[in-house]
Design a protein around this ligand. Structure first.
Ligand code: SAM
Length: 281
């Protein structure tokens, strides 16, 4: 039985290709590439002479079945994309899942990834983060709204990918969702000559890129909401009803009284005893 190797490739600077990545590609029986015309340049540069086949968004299921057949017959397959880590906003997820379901060993050759690199260089908190990839476009407005609604109270740093021609539109949407003053970094052209980090606010980034046409590849990193602010907001939401009414609201929704009292204590930031006292008088 052959193996599947997920091989990360440079996101701009060819020197970021790891020696292990070169070795695995050289010794693979077949390289599955997102765009063979793009990957051939990489293979030529590193003198890698291995047959290629295309594995992209539009053939990802049928082609996965074909590749699994080849691995089951003993071939080692290496998957690469145009840049960065396969399966991260790039084809790969289905092939990994289907290979695992077929009992094929899947292994990774780690390397460049724009999301993690942009986060690290953004100057924003890195301890907790979420990756959102590309936001749905105008044709999928409902899905986009739902995703943004779910992010409104996100307290972790949020990472978005975006194409230059959609950057301004996306910044407009992010300003609407998170407000003009939310801190954010536009990280551009990582590892390339014009690499740059614009650490600012969403409002200022929108102004900057509306004035001059954005060029190159971008990652937008947005600071999460302050958890204390969310807590304060929640507490003030409850300030116009009594503790007893607050508990009754959850009980009327079907919650057990004890659980409702616990929840109310947590939401109001008060002790359970106080809630109990108010409800048993
Ligand atoms: N799989 C890739 C990875 O691991 O980063 C991501 C592929 S996704 C189709 C392409 C997006 O990644 C671009 O639109 C951009 O948002 C981001 N990206 C890729 N290379 C970049 C670079 N050199 N600088 C900034 N962003 C980059």
């Amino acid at each position: 039985m052959g193996k599947l190797f997920l091989v990360a490739t440079p996101i701009g600077n060819l020197n970021d290709m790891s020696p292990r990545a070169v070795e695995i590609l050289k010794t693979a029986d077949l390289i599955a590439a997102e765009d063979t015309r793009n990957t051939i340049k990489l293979l030529n540069h590193f003198d890698i002479r291995v047959p290629m086949t295309s594995y992209h968004e539009y053939n990802r299921i049928e082609k996965a079945e074909e590749l699994i057949g080849k691995m089951q017959s003993g071939m080692n397959v290496a998957l690469v994309t145009d840049a960065g880590m396969p399966a991260i906003s790039d084809p790969g997820e289905d092939l990994v899942r289907m290979s695992m379901e077929s009992g094929i060993e899947v292994t990774v050759v780690p390397g460049p990834c724009a999301a993690v690199s942009a986060l690290a260089i953004s100057g924003l908190p890195t301890g907790r983060f979420v990756f959102e990839g590309f936001l749905p476009n105008d044709k999928n407005k409902k899905e986009r709204e739902a995703r943004l609604e779910a992010l409104k109270n996100e307290t972790r740093t949020i990472i978005f990918y975006e194409a230059p021609h959609r950057l301004v539109r996306t910044l407009e949407i992010l300003v609407k969702t998170f407000g003009e003053t939310r801190r954010a970094s536009a990280v551009r052209e990582l590892t390339k000559v014009h690499e740059e980090v614009n650490r600012s606010t969403l409002g200022e980034l929108l102004e900057k890129y509306s004035l001059s046409e954005p060029r190159g590849e971008f990652v937008i990193v947005v600071e999460g909401e302050d958890p204390l602010k969310i807590l304060e907001q929640k507490r003030s939401e409850w300030s116009d009803i009594s503790i007893r009414e607050h508990v009754e609201r959850y009980v009327n929704e079907g919650m057990d009284k004890k659980d409702a009292m616990k929840k109310v204590a947590a939401e109001r930031g008060i002790g359970k005893r106080e809630v109990y006292r108010e409800c048993t008088d």
